[in-house]
Design a protein around this ligand. Sequence first.
Ligand code: SF4
Length: 305
Amino acid sequence: MIYTNNHKLPSIVFNALTNRGKMPDGYVKSDISVSALMDSPQVRILRKRHKDMLQEDAMDRVWALLGESVHNIMEASVQLNTELGIDPNDFIAEVLGAMVVNNWRIGYKLDLFQKSTGWIWDYKVTSAWSLVFDRSRISWLKQTNYYAEFYRSEGHEVKGASIVAILKDWSKKDALRNRDYPQTPIVVLPMTLYDPQGIKESLFQQVVRHQQADQFTDPELPDCTPEEQWRNPTKYAVMRPSGGRSLKNCDTIEEARVYANNAGNGAYVETRPSKPTRCEEYCPVRDFCHQRKREYAESQIKTIA
Ligand code: SF4
């Protein structure tokens, strides 16, 4: 990875943002991390194959720096708890480990486990709006369930799990205006733990998906799913001939046509195609991705037609 300093940050800030070389204490060698396992094989493989040509600007790492800082402070607070008379042996913080699934070692880092309650805690520094739109809940559920399985495999009894979401952009004004908006800047979200057998199967399938993808050349790699591309669904807007805002946004063209017919006065339907937000703006391997090029070319043909 090549880090650029497009905003001419002072070197001390640039180094803090980009110093990723040091392995944490207790680093465990693995074939894949939990986050890479949960992500698209295409992203992981292109990242690995083109790592020397990938570029990231230091400024774009600001939220990663914030996340790491929060984790460090939370880890230190466990020590503070011990000073308050809580049994230090009851907590295991920042646990590094690996679990073998189909001959691959999956590396994980668990934020906190409390032995007496059998509870897993995971900290997330995230946007308040991601909670309103429920964007991350499915991946958090999956991740905490994977952690539960890893920890069970180490002989611990796991009774529950919670996410501590720290909302980096929380605003009091939005909380007062909108009842669906988180009412506090820190929210504790209990996570449901599912049947361990189902989780083991999910882990196995995801490992096999990655292992099989490794056999393909770049153009043959399996496509990312719409979820992995952060695609919003296609919408059908009912418009007035005079323009302006849509009368209604529908999920299906049939619904939109019925609405337009009933609205009369020349109302018509405008298709708003789904957009792969990650491919367009955030994916680190987008310049090497054949799926992105192919889908872009297809969208141009559709636009001309
Ligand atoms: S650019 Fe899009 S399709 Fe390509 S690897 Fe990234 S997320 Fe997947």
